[in-house]
Design a protein around this ligand. Structure first.
Ligand code: ASP
Length: 338
C-alpha cells in the first residue's frame, strides 16, 4: 500500500515474547509470532522483522546495546521508524544507551514490551505493541519508550513498578505524549538534525554503589580498583558520611584519573551536592561530578559512552554536563559557586 510508513520490528525478547516453561517464563516467540497476534497492524504501517536476540532483559549487556545500535545504523535509511520489543527490567538502560549511541536523528526509535506475555488472556502486550507501531509511524524523533498509553523520553525512563501495567515513569521530565484510543497526542517534540550521529564504543568499566548508613570506604575502594568510573547513589540531595574515609578514597581515586559521580537514591528532583556540609567539600574541593536531574540509568549509559571516547577529565566533565536528548536540565548548576 502506498503512503504507509515502513517500520522495522527488532525483537530482543522479554515478557512480551515469553511463554510458560517448566523453568518459569522465558522468551520463546519470534517477531513474526508476535505480529500474528495483532493483525490490525497492517492498517497502521508496513512491517518488516528482525529477530536480533531472544533474551530476558536481565541478561542484556552493553554489548547487546551496541549490537542494537549497529542494527539500526545499518538499516536507518531503509525504514521510516523502528520498534524494538524488549524486556521491561532493563529497558530503561537500553533506552538511555540508544539515546547516546544514536543522537539527533529524525526517525522514531520506539522501545516497548509488556508486563504479561502476549499469549495470556489478560495482557498489555497487544496494546503496547500497537501503540508502539503507531508512534513509530508518527513524527516522533529520537528514542522513546511507549508503554501503557504513555510516551516517555528514552533518557528519562525508569521502571518504577514491577507488576502493574503502568511499569514506567518519566523522571524529572514530562511525558512526550499520550495515546488515547490509538491516537497520539504529543505534548513535546524532540529537536533533531537531518541525520543521526552514530557512536560505536562504550567503556563498560563503570560501577554503581548504593550507599547504606554506616558504610565505609572498603566497597568503594574495591570498585574503584576495577573500574574507570564510580557512581555513588547517596542520600537526599547528595553527600557522603564524614566518617569512614570516603573523602580520602575519592581524592586518591581522582588523582589516579578515575571519574566519580554523585547521585541520589531519591527518585525525583535530583541531586544538589553543594548544599549540605556532607557534600560541600566533595563538590567544591574535590570537584566530583553530580547527576543533578539525570536518572541513574542515564548516568550509567552516559559515562560508558563518554569514557568510550575520552579519558581527559576536562572533556569528560564537559560531555557529562552537555545535554543529550534532554537527559539533564540543570547544567546551570555546573560550576555554580556557594
Ligand atoms: N524479566 C522480564 C525481562 O525484563 C520482564 C519483562 O519483560 O517484563 O525480560
Amino acid at each position: 500500500m502506498t503512503g504507509m510508513k515502513k517500520i522495522l520490528l527488532i525483537g530482543t525478547g522479554g515478557t512480551i515474547a515469553s511463554e510458560v516453561t517448566d523453568g518459569g517464563l522465558a522468551p520463546e516467540l519470534t517477531t513474526e509470532q508476535l505480529l500474528a497476534h495483532i493483525p490490525a497492524i497492517s492498517q497502521i504501517c508496513r512491517v518488516e522483522c528482525i529477530q536480533l536476540l531472544n533474551l530476558d532483559s536481565t541478561n542484556m549487556t552493553p554489548g547487546h546495546w551496541l549490537l542494537l545500535a549497529r542494527c539500526i545504523r545499518d538499516r536507518y535509511d531503509g525504514y521510516d521508524g523502528f520498534v524494538v520489543t524488549h524486556g521491561t527490567d532493563t529497558m530503561a538502560y537500553t533506552a538511555a544507551a540508544l539515546s547516546y549511541l544514536i543522537q539527533g536523528g529524525p526517525k522514531p526509535i520506539v522501545l516497548t514490551g509488556a508486563q504479561k506475555p502476549i499469549g495470556f488472556d489478560s495482557t498489555d502486550s497487544k496494546i503496547n505493541l500497537a501503540d508502539a507501531f503507531r508512534c513509530a509511524s508518527e513524527d516522533l524523533p529520537g528514542v522513546s519508550i511507549v508503554f501503557n498509553n504513555r510516551v516517555i523520553l528514552g533518557t528519562r525512563a525508569k521502571k518504577t513498578r514491577s507488576k502493574s501495567f503502568q511499569a514506567f515513569s518519566s523522571i524529572n521530565y514530562p511525558d512526550l505524549g499520550v495515546l488515547r484510543d490509538g491516537v497520539l497526542l504529543r505534548y513535546i517534540r524532540q529537536e533533531h538534525g537531518p541525520a543521526p550521529v552514530f557512536y560505536d564504543a562504550l567503556d563498560t568499566r563503570v560501577a554503581l554503589l548504593k550507599l547504606v548508613p554506616g558504610m565505609g570506604r572498603e566497597v568503594a575502594d574495591f570498585l574503584l580498583e576495577r573500574n574507570d568510573a564510580l557512581i555513588i547513589e547517596s542520600f537526599g540531595v547528595g553527600g557522603l558520611p564524614e566518617q569512614g574515609g570516603f573523602y580520602g578514597c575519592l581524592r586518591d581515586a581522582m588523582a589516579a584519573g578515575k571519574i566519580i559521580v554523585l547521585t541520589t537514591q531519591v527518585e525525583n528532583e535530583g541531586s544538589d551536592v553543594g548544599i549540605y556540609h556532607v557534600g560541600h567539600a566533595l563538590k567544591h574541593d574535590l570537584r566530583v561530578l553530580e547527576a543533578y536531574d539525570m536518572t541513574t540509568e542515564a548516568v550509567v549509559a552516559k559515562l560508558m559512552w563518554i569514557l568510550g571516547q575520552t579519558r581527559k577529565r576536562g572533556r569528560v566533565e564537559q560531555l557529562f554536563y552537555t545535554p543529550v536528548a534532554m537527559d539533564i536540565l540543570w547544567p546551570a548548576g555546573y560550576g555554580r559557586e556557594g
